[in-house]
Each structure stands twice: as structure tokens, then as C-alpha cells.
Design a protein around this ligand. Structure first.
Ligand code: CO
Length: 130
């Protein structure tokens, strides 16, 4: 198992990209607006892993609600899995509460699914197939 990326909720995407680029030398690899999800996302390469910076574009979007409630900060951890359906079945068999019963396509273009933080040690956990 390895960490695929870390998701961070931000309130100013340009400023956050500049900080991670200029101070921590991460490299912007992808930036996309997702109107249906009410967020704009930037992917940054950071050594062997990635940062997924997420800025709400609507207050009532999932990330908008997160930022309104808790402020900007750590949002989720994503683990790479070779077979997402198998990984989901294992999580379900272990009694974990799934946010996504079925895989969907994530910002990386790969199948993803989220596990509820309540059953994952308080951390919103994403599985990414690769
Ligand atoms: Co993610």
C-alpha cells in the first residue's frame, strides 16, 4: 500500500499553488474546474506522491461545506489499490461505511471511491485504482 495523494481544502487556489510551488517545490501538473461538484482542483507533484488542492466554487458544495465548517486544511488521504472493486468489497466485509458503493471516475481519470471517516479512524479515505 502506498499513499497516492493527499487532499487539501483551500480557500484561495492561486495562493496555495504558489505556496506549494515556491516554498515546497511541488510542481503543478493539472488544474480543472468541476462545476457539477462545485470545486476547482489543482494537482501538484510532490516527490513520490501528489497533492490535490480543492477550492470550493460554491458554498453549498461538499468542499464548500467542509471549508465553512472546519476552515481550510487536510481533507482526505488517498491510497493506491490495484483493484478497486476488490478493495471496496474488503472494506465492506470489514464493516466499513462506504461513501461510494460503486467506483466513480476521479480527477485523475482513474476509478475512485471514498470510505467514511467514521469507520476509517476519523480520516476521509479515498481508494484510487492504478
Ligand atoms: Co482525492
Amino acid at each position: 500500500m502506498r499513499i497516492h495523494h493527499v487532499g487539501i481544502a483551500v480557500s484561495d487556489l492561486d495562493a496555495s499553488i504558489a505556496m506549494y510551488r515556491d516554498v515546497f517545490h511541488a510542481e503543478l501538473t493539472h488544474r480543472v474546474a468541476s462545476p457539477s461538484e462545485g470545486q476547482e482542483t489543482a494537482l501538484m507533484s510532490a516527490g513520490g506522491t501528489e497533492l490535490e488542492l480543492m477550492m470550493p466554487t460554491r458554498e453549498d458544495s461538499p468542499v464548500g461545506k467542509f471549508v465553512a465548517k472546519r476552515g481550510p486544511g487536510m481533507h482526505h488521504v488517498a491510497f493506491a489499490v490495484p483493484d478497486i472493486r476488490k478493495a471496496l468489497a474488503e472494506a465492506r466485509a470489514a464493516g466499513m461505511q462506504l461513501v461510494d458503493e460503486e467506483p466513480r471516475t476521479g480527477v485523475h481519470g482513474s476509478p475512485i471511491a471514498f470510505i467514511h471517516p467514521k469507520s476509517a479512524g476519523g480520516v476521509l479515505t479515498e481508494l484510487v485504482e492504478e
